[in-house]
Write a protein that binds this ligand. Structure first.
Ligand SMILES: Nc1ncnc2c1ncn2[C@@H]1O[C@H](COP(=O)(O)OP(=O)(O)OP(=O)(O)O)[C@@H](O)[C@H]1O
Length: 241
């Protein structure tokens, strides 16, 4: 490990499922405190890329380093302990638990009880849902459940947070609030967000990476990338900018 190593460095990552190359050689560097957005059409390989970073999938080839330390091939639980938090597209909450019980599942797996409790309280504060601590998760609206899932990630105080379509199914007002929360999160962690909602991307994005057919098609400041003719061709459509 070197002091100058970036927080995350993925090099030539490849993931093949039989004949399908879901990710065909992606390299990406994310710095400390960076808020990066990944966009791209359905099937472009965004979720597969995330799963290789979090250890849910072992890459066919390539390297992933966290602050210069290789994490390829480590189990997902180990990568989580090393500081990578993930909110997947698949719901990870249990309907029968309260919000606080749910967040405590996340903290108690990593921390001694007193610290776990403090972190859980802080996570609910940061997601602006302390008033829901005693509420049953199964009775919450979809947008609130998304915030509970986010609180479960935040409570583990990860250095890098991966969010796969966090705004999916939220109302306009909820999406705006979520944008503010994510910008705030990026003050203490690096965040990579996969999203389809362009208004949301515009609201939060600094650097955007565009995936297409398992490759990086473009990368740069949000406004520049969204004006790129190749990007508009594959993804954004005529009315996007
Ligand atoms: N477990 C798997 N087995 C076989 N093929 C897979 C598997 N997971 C993903 N794929 C394929 O890999 C490609 C990339 O899928 P992926 O879900 O990573 O794309 P995505 O950009 O996240 O799409 P979306 O925006 O729809 O979530 C697709 O062709 C998909 O069908």
């Amino acid at each position: 490990m070197t002091a100058a190593a970036p927080l995350l460095e993925a090099r030539d990552l490849v993931m093949r499922f039989g004949d399908v190359t879901a990710v065909g050689g992606v390299s990406m560097t994310v710095g400390e405190g960076e808020l990066r957005c990944l966009i791209g059409p359905n099937g472009a390989g965004k979720s597969t890329f995330f799963k290789m970073l979090s250890g849910q999938l072992r890459p066919t080839s390539g390297a992933v380093a966290l602050r210069g330390r290789s994490i390829v091939g480590l189990p997902a639980s180990r990568i989580a302990r090393l500081g990578v938090g993930v909110k997947t597209q698949t719901p990870s909450v249990f309907d029968g638990l309260t919000v606080m019980e749910s967040v405590r599942i996340a903290t108690d797996a990593l921390l001694p009880p007193q610290l776990a409790r403090r972190r859980a309280d802080e996570a609910l504060e940061r997601m602006r849902i302390p008033h829901l601590a005693g509420a049953t998760v199964g009775l919450l609206a979809h947008g609130q459940r998304q915030l509970v899932e986010l609180a479960m990630v935040v409570a583990q105080a990860p250095d890098l947070i991966l969010l796969d379509e966090p705004a999916a199914g939220m109302t306009g007002v909820e999406v705006d609030r979520l944008g503010d929360l994510i910008v705030e999160l990026a003050r203490s962690s690096s965040v990579i967000v996969v999203e389809h909602d362009m208004a949301f991307i515009r609201r939060i994005a600094r650097t955007v990476t565009v995936f297409n057919r398992g490759q990086v098609l473009a990368e740069g400041p949000a406004a520049e990338v969204m004006a790129d003719a190749r990007v508009r061709d594959v993804y954004l459509g005529k009315d996007a900018a």
